[in-house]
Design a protein around this ligand. Structure first.
Ligand code: PMP
Length: 395
């Protein structure tokens, strides 16, 4: 059996039609398959490789740290300099009240930790989340996931969860002094790139403050420069009580975090029961990689270029089959007629060396979320292939 056959036989699948491309190398904007074919990556591992694949400084940081030490002891017991310096770097770039970082293995684990923290801090049990939101696949994260069809398969889920309408002012009335936390994506990603109404976001912040409810913003997908500012909430004019990060945080390695004030975070520590424990969360090699990736993101001044690159995409994504393009920086959803048209166009793009896909809750939308290092020439070349694909598929 070849590797592809072995993969289908022995590696658990998450879909009944996996892409099953065998990639042997990735660098910057590109990946290469086992036959040497090159793919321009418009997905960035779902918003992971913001500084590009295998950034040399990230690779070097991994090598250096792996030679020093890897795993020592369960999270939070030893002083590990990669964790300390990355937490310091992150908090130096955050508003004062977000000054304490809990590193996790993944975005979903950070979501779980944030929900537990909100329950402990407020002494309340109810959590409100939004329709069309995605926060991960673990049981707690699944309970708040904003799609009934997905949730139904795994009931019973967590009790005390309310699902509200994103961007809907009336929905905010359901937030009360019983609500421990409201969790929202700063820009809904898997819902097909839905940015919040700024007035609504402000009202949400005010309602949370008035009811003593913690506001949790999930920036796992939209944070770390993708939206054109380091943090997506900078464009919303509000600050969350808890910020959730993941994906790009590890520079390509698995790393998530929930970040709050020391005062809030302390309630997870100062508790008669176990607060949150993780063996590998904040792994020193991953923190070293994350810190190097974060430094590269800033040093290479990638974030100030994001909005201009978004405009180049918008100029070149012109085709009668495109119904709309929703974008916030380099997080874009190209809305097409149907999933069928989208899937065929995606297949055309992949066959022609451009990697893209669709969104979990918006299958008719093509995802464009490339590494932020993408150049003008690459954007134009990618848009040309997408439009050619649409010509072929919709002719
Ligand atoms: N929140 C958001 C907004 C996400 O997009 C994702 C992953 N797609 C998660 C949380 C969960 O992250 P992970 O897959 O690392 O658990």
């Amino acid at each position: 059996m070849n590797n592809r056959q072995l993969f289908l036989q022995h590696v658990a699948q998450t879909s009944d039609a996996p892409l099953a491309l065998e990639i042997v190398k990735a660098e910057g904007m590109y990946m290469w398959d086992a036959d040497g074919k090159q793919y321009m990556d418009l997905i960035a591992g779902i918003s992971v490789c913001n500084v590009g694949h295998c950034h040399p400084k990230v690779v070097k940081a991994i090598q250096d740290q792996a030679q020093q030490y890897m795993h020592l002891l369960v999270y939070g017991e030893f002083v590990q300099s990669p964790q300390v310096s990355f937490a310091k770097l992150l908090t130096d770039h955050l508003p004062n009240q977000l000054n304490c970082v809990y590193f996790t293995n993944s975005g979903a684990e950070a979501v779980e930790g944030a929900m537990k923290l909100a329950k402990r801090f407020t002494g309340r049990t109810n959590i409100a989340a939004f329709n069309r939101s995605y926060h991960g696949s673990t049981q707690g994260a699944l309970s708040i996931l904003g799609d009934e069809y997905w949730r139904n398969a795994f009931r019973p889920l967590l009790p005390g969860i309310q699902h509200l309408e994103y961007n809907n002012f009336e929905s905010l009335e359901q937030i009360t002094s019983q609500t421990a936390a409201v969790i929202a994506e700063s820009v809904q990603a898997e819902g097909g790139v839905n940015p919040p109404n700024l007035e609504w976001m402000k009202a949400l912040r005010e309602k949370c403050t008035a009811t003593g409810t913690l506001l949790i913003l999930d920036e796992v997908q939209c944070g770390l420069g993708r939206n054109g500012t380091l943090w997506a909430f900078e464009q919303l004019g509000i600050v969350p009580d808890i910020l959730i990060l993941g994906k790009a945080l590890g520079g390509g390695m698995p790393l998530g975090a929930f970040i709050a004030s020391k005062e809030i975070m302390w309630t997870l520590t100062n508790t008669p029961v176990l607060g949150h424990i993780t063996t590998f969360g904040g792994h020193p090699v991953n923190c070293a990689a994350g810190r190097a990736g974060f430094q590269a993101l800033l040093e290479e001044e990638l974030i100030p270029q994001v909005k201009a690159k978004e405009q180049i995409f918008l100029q070149h994504l012109k085709h009668p089959a495109i119904k709309a393009v929703r974008s916030v920086g380099l997080m874009m959803a190209v809305e097409l007629e149907s999933f069928e048209v989208n899937k065929k166009t995606i297949d055309y793009c992949i066959a022609h060396g451009v990697l893209t896909d669709w969104f979990l809750f918006a299958a008719e939308c093509m995802r464009i979320a490339p590494p932020l290092v993408i150049t003008e020439e690459e954007i134009i070349a990618a848009c040309k292939i997408i439009c050619e694909g649409l010509d072929v598929v919709t002719k």
